[in-house]
Design a protein around this ligand. Structure first.
Ligand SMILES: [Zn+2]
Length: 252
């Protein structure tokens, strides 16, 4: 097996050059729930203002939002009520990723930021979920001969490992951190070109199952799936990169 010591080295240089640490991050303090199995309100308490962006609107049983400029001190998780079975909040790259696992099929009815007021001292990001009434089915796979789209190609970048699976352990870094940093940078570079839509299978230090990763990309109709790994090997003289591709016949 060829080692990817070279890739680890490249990323280390990039990291030193950019300085990923963001200075004044706000805090995600807690997540609260209200409502019932028809309509559920999710309130994310923040100590400063933030901007929300929907990453997954609920189609595959999960609602995922990014909240800019805020992060929990330590990843938050727990059970929800009503339409939400469970939640996770983790920080990554100057934002938080808020994941809501849905108990039944639901969608975002509205979402908004509430500034401090009415006796509440802090900001709140509110996500109102509404049951769609549809059975909680997985989204239909994209048909093989789907009509050609006119929108930009969708690239899915998969940062290897994460969460309870740190991957290879280098002298100064865990593989899961290296791949995440590389994925975030690659996304930024590709987006800057204006030619692609780019999404990540994970954008924070969370565990995503190996089988789930390509499934996420396939269900989103991705045109390309790039999985990043940075293996470690004891011999520092080893250099190089491995590229794995899958044949159309699936025998890859
Ligand atoms: Zn790996």
């Amino acid at each position: 097996m060829t080692a990817l010591a070279f890739i680890v080295f490249c990323v280390a240089v990039l990291l030193a050059g950019r300085g990923l640490a963001s200075g004044a991050m706000g805090e995600v303090m807690r997540v609260r729930f209200g409502g019932d199995a028809q309509r559920t309100r999710v309130v994310v308490d923040l100590d400063r203002t933030s901007r929300g962006e929907v990453i997954q609107p609920g189609a595959d049983g999960r609602v995922v939002l990014a909240l800019s400029g805020v992060a929990p001190h330590r990843s938050l998780s727990g059970t929800g009520i009503g339409l939400v079975r469970g939640y996770r909040v983790a920080g990554a790259g100057g934002a938080s990723r808020v994941e809501l696992d849905l108990a039944v099929s639901a969608e975002i009815e509205r979402r908004f930021l509430l500034p401090p007021g009415d006796g509440v001292q802090h900001y709140r990001y509110v996500i109102d979920l509404k049951a769609t009434g549809r059975a909680p089915t997985a989204p239909r796979p994209t048909p093989r001969n789907a009509p050609r789209r006119t929108e930009r190609p969708l690239i899915y970048i998969d940062a290897g490992h994460g969460g309870r699976d740190p991957g290879a352990q280098g002298a100064h870094a865990r593989e899961s951190d290296v791949t995440l940093a590389a994925a975030l940078m690659l996304k930024q570079e590709l987006e800057r070109s204006g030619r692609y839509r780019v999404r990540l299978t994970r954008d924070s230090d969370v565990y995503v199952g190996l089988n789930r990763r390509p499934t996420i990309a396939r269900q989103a109709g991705a045109d390309l799936f790039i999985s990043l790994h940075a293996d470690a090997i004891a011999d520092p003289a080893t250099r190089g990169a491995s590229v794995y591709t899958l044949s159309e016949q699936g025998a890859g």
